[in-house]
Design a protein around this ligand. Sequence first.
Ligand SMILES: [Zn+2]
Length: 102
Amino acid sequence: MLDLQVTEYQMKIQRVKDNISLHAQDTQKLQDDIEDQKEEKSNKSVLLREMSQQMSPTTGDSSPVEHWACPRCSNINELAVRLCSECGFVPQDIASLILVSD
Ligand SMILES: [Zn+2]
């Protein structure tokens, strides 16, 4: 009778031990998951940074060079030049000019 109780007690202890090791495994797994998520997050942030760099507009070369056509002699002048290089015509209003873009 006593032996049986002892055995039962030992079985209970064993069960508790099993539970503890199970918990330890769970905890380890949880930590691994957290590490994985951290890694994934950092990968994502790197990816996002690369994407935003690619999507940001490049300054400089991409803007088209604009010209204006002289209403007097039809000469094409650069927009930066405010008088016709052919006939010396000076446009009064830049908005009224006929713009030509490459
Ligand atoms: Zn002109």
